[in-house]
Design a protein around this ligand. Structure first.
Ligand code: ARG
Length: 568
C-alpha cells in the first residue's frame, strides 16, 4: 500500500488549483501552519501578477471535499499556509501503522542498480576510505532494496596488476617470512626498489602470471584468498550485506581487456599516441588522456573500468550504475563514463553516478591514519569503538547482564562508527572522532538508539501496541491535537519523501538528518504532551503516534545498517 505524504498530496492539489505549466508549489513543513507553499511568488512574478492576489485565488480553490484541509491562509508576500484537519493527520498515522512497510510502497520497483562499493585492494591495508565506501554503499543497498529496487552488489577489489607479480616473487623467495600480508607487501615493495636483480625476477614473474603459469597463479590465488578472509572479517564485524559472492575483482575483467582495447580503437573512441592506446577527452583535447593500453602492451585501472561498465550494462542489465568511490577519482570516472558513452556501451537510458565521498580526517584535522604495521588496523578500530560503547552503555544502565551488555555494546559501537560517517554529507571530509561519535546527546547514532529504546519502553508499559494502533483508527475525529503532536505526525509523514531523496541522490545523510529531527521532535512531544496518563481517546491516539515513531526510527536505523535494540 502506498500512502502518499501530505506534501505530495498538497503539491498535486496546488497544481490542480493553478494549472500553469512550470508551476512548482514547493510545499514544505512550516512553523506558521502545518505546511506552506512558497512557489506562487515566483510564478506571479513570471506572469506579471500580484502575488498576494494570486495566492488568495489559489487558496480559495484548494478546499476539496475530502476534509483534508481545515484552514488555509495567505501569508507574507504571497505564501499559502495550510492547516490539515486533525482527522486527516490521525487517520494517516493509522494507515501507516496498518501497513507492514509503513505506506512506503515500492517506488524503485523495476529499477536495477549495479552498486560498486567497498573495493579494497588485495595485500594492502584496508583503510578508512574503504570503510567509508563500505558503510555508504551498504546503506544505499539497503534503501534501494527496501524501496523495491534490485541491487547487484559489485565488490571491485584490486586483485590484479604488476605489483602482485612482485609480491608473489617475494613470497616464493622468502617462505619463512610469516608477517602479515600487508607487511610482506611493503617489504617486497622496498626490495623491488633497492635490489635490481629482484626487480628483474619480479618482472619475469608478472609475465609468467599473465601468461597463466600454474605455480604463479596458485600463489596469486592463495594470496587473494588470504586477503578475502580479512575483508570478510571486517564485513562481519561491521554487519554489512557484502559477501564473497559479491566480489567481482579487477582480475575478472582480464579476459575482456584485449577486446575492449580493440573495440575502442575500431570505434574511433581511442587512438594510438606515443605507442599507448588513449582516449582523449571530447571537450578538452589538452587534458591528460585515459590510457587504455600502455605502450608496453599492459592494461591498467582505466581499461578494467571500461570493461566493467560494458559488462554491467550488457550482462548485468544495469539501469543505473553507482560507484561509491573517493572524490579524488572524479576525473577517472568522468573519462571512463565519457568513453563508454561514446562507445555506445553506456546508452543514454543507463545512468552512471560517481557517488563521491570526502576524505576521512583524524580528530586533529589531518588525514586519518591507523597505526601502520598493525595486522588489521580496521578491525582494531572497530574493536576500540565497541569497547568504548560498552563502557557508555554500562554506565547508563548498570543492571544489564553480561551477555546483553556485550550485544548492546556492539550495537552502539558499530552504530556509532556508521552513523558518524553516514551523517556527514557524503562529499564533505569527515572527522573520525571516537569521543564525539559516542556522545549521548547531539546528532549521534546512540542518541537515536536511545530515542527508540525510550519509545519501546513507553509502548511496553502501554500494553499491546498493535491493539492500540487499531483503536487509533476509530477514534480519530473530534479530538483536538496538541501542536507538538501535530509536528510529530507531520515529521513522520515525510519518511517516504526523504527515502526517495536518499535513493535519487545517493545521499544517506538525508536519512540521518531526518531521523535526528524526528528524535528531537518526539522529545519535544513528550515534554509537552502526556502519553500514558492522558485521558482517552487521546491516550490511544498518542500511543499510536509513539508506535509509528518507534517503527519509523527502527526502520530508518535499519536502512542505515544500524541496530535499534528495544532496550539499552
Ligand atoms: N580499489 C580501488 C581503490 O582502492 C577502488 C575501486 C573503485 N571501483 C572502481 N570500479 N574503480 O582505490
Amino acid at each position: 500500500m502506498v500512502v502518499p505524504s501530505f506534501a505530495a498530496l498538497l503539491t498535486d492539489r496546488f497544481a490542480a488549483a493553478l494549472p500553469e505549466p512550470g508551476f512548482d508549489p514547493q510545499v514544505r513543513l512550516s512553523e506558521h501552519a502545518d505546511l506552506q507553499a512558497d512557489g506562487i511568488l515566483g510564478l506571479a512574478r513570471a506572469l506579471g501578477r500580484n502575488p498576494r492576489q494570486l495566492a488568495s485565488e489559489v487558496a480559495g480553490r484548494l478546499a476539496g471535499t475530502d476534509g483534508l484541509i481545515a484552514d488555509r491562509q495567505v501569508a507574507g508576500p504571497g505564501f499559502v499556509n495550510v492547516t490539515l484537519s486533525g482527522a486527516a493527520l490521525l487517520g494517516r498515522v493509522a494507515e501507516r501503522l496498518a501497513d507492514p512497510r509503513l505506506g512506503l510502497g515500492e517506488p524503485q520497483a523495476g529499477v536495477r542498480t549495479v552498486l560498486d562499493y567497498s573495493h579494497p585492494n588485495v595485500a594492502k591495508e584496508m583503510h578508512v576510505g574503504h570503510l567509508r565506501s563500505t558503510i555508504i554503499g551498504d546503506a544505499l543497498a539497503r534503501v534501494l532494496t527496501h524501496l523495491g529496487g534490485t541491487v547487484v552488489r559489485q565488490n571491485h577489489i584490486g586483485d590484479w596488476g604488476t605489483q602482485y607479480g612482485m609480491l608473489i616473487q617475494y613470497l616464493a623467495e622468502h617462505p619463512a617470512d610469516t608477517s602479515a600480508l600487508t607487511v610482506r607487501y611493503k617489504t617486497a615493495y622496498a626490495l623491488f626498489g633497492s635490489d635490481p636483480a629482484f626487480a628483474e625476477r619480479s618482472r619475469r614473474r608478472v609475465v609468467a602470471l599473465q601468461g597463466g603459469d600454474p605455480d604463479s597463479l596458485a600463489a596469486w590465488r592463495a594470496m587473494v584468498e588470504e586477503s578475502a578472509r580479512y575483508f570478510s572479517e571486517v564485513y562481519d564485524r561491521l554487519g554489512v550485506l557484502l559477501t564473497g559472492a559479491d566480489t567481482a575483482g579487477e582480475s575478472s575483467y582480464n579476459p575482456m581487456l584485449t577486446g575492449v582495447a580493440e573495440d575502442l580503437e575500431r570505434l574511433g573512441v581511442a587512438r594510438i599516441s606515443d605507442g599507448a592506446l588513449c582516449v582523449f577527452g571530447a571537450h578538452d583535447a589538452d587534458a591528460a588522456p585515459l590510457i587504455v593500453r600502455k605502450s608496453d602492451g599492459g592494461f591498467g585501472y582505466p581499461a578494467t573500468d571500461l570493461a566493467a561498465v560494458r559488462h554491467r550494462v550488457a550482462v548485468l542489465h544495469a539501469d543505473r550504475i553507482v560507484y561509491v568511490v573517493d572524490a579524488r577519482q572524479a576525473p577517472h570516472f568522468r573519462m571512463v563514463f565519457d568513453a563508454a558513452r561514446r562507445a555506445g556501451w553506456l546508452p543514454p537510458r543507463v545512468e552512471a553516478v560517481h557517488a563521491a565521498f570526502g576524505m576521512v580526517l583524524g580528530a586533529d584535522g589531518r588525514p586519518f591514519k591507523t597505526r601502520s604495521g598493525d595486522t588489521a588496523p580496521l578491525v582494531g578500530l572497530l574493536t576500540e569503538a565497541v569497547e568504548r560503547a560498552t563502557a557508555v552503555v554500562a554506565a547508563k544502565n548498570p543492571r544489564l547482564g553480561a551477555a546483553e551488555l556485550a550485544a548492546r555494546g556492539r550495537d552502539v559501537g558499530i552504530g556509532a562508527v556508521k552513523y558518524a560517517d553516514l551523517s556527514t554529507s557524503r562529499t564533505r571530509d569527515y572527522l573520525y572522532d571516537p569521543d564525539r561519535m559516542m556522545a549521548l546527546t547531539g546528532n549521534t547514532g546512540v542518541y537515536l538508539q536511545y530515542a527508540h529504546a525510550r519509545l519501546c519502553s513507553i509502548l511496553a508499559k502501554a500494553g499491546d501496541p498493535a491493539a492500540t494502533a487499531a483503536a487509533a483508527a476509530v477514534t480519530v475525529t473530534g479530538v483536538p491535537l496538541h501542536d507538538a503532536e501535530r509536528a510529530l505526525i507531520l515529521r513522520l509523514d515525510g519518511f517516504g519523501d526523504v527515502l526517495a531523496g536518499v535513493a535519487g541522490h545517493c545521499e544517506p545523510h538525508r536519512l540521518c538528518t531526518y531521523l535526528y529531527d524526528l528524535a528531537q521532535t518526539v522529545t519535544a512531544f513528550y515534554e509537552r504532551c502526556q502519553v500514558l496518563k492522558a485521558p482517552q481517546p487521546v491516550r490511544d491516539n498518542r500511543i499510536a503516534v509513539c508506535a509509528l515513531t518507534a517503527r519509523t526510527l527502527s526502520t530508518g536505523l535499519g536502512l542505515l545498517g544500524i541496530a535499534a535494540p528495544q532496550r539499552l
